[in-house]
Design a protein around this ligand. Sequence first.
Ligand SMILES: [Zn+2]
Ligand SMILES: [Zn+2]
Length: 49
Amino acid sequence: MKCTSCNKEVTDNYVRFKCPSCGHEIIRCQDCRERASRYVCPECGFEGP
Ligand SMILES: [Zn+2]
Ligand SMILES: [Zn+2]
């Protein structure tokens, strides 16, 4: 599994949630979560904090 924001391989300490726009699963590593990096949904292009 890879972080949607930084594309890093994640094993634990990650969060999973659904894209608010299309429901596609978004994965974020702890790094990105702590830095509040933006993500872009690969499905619909939705950008979120
Ligand atoms: Zn990341
Ligand atoms: Zn989406």
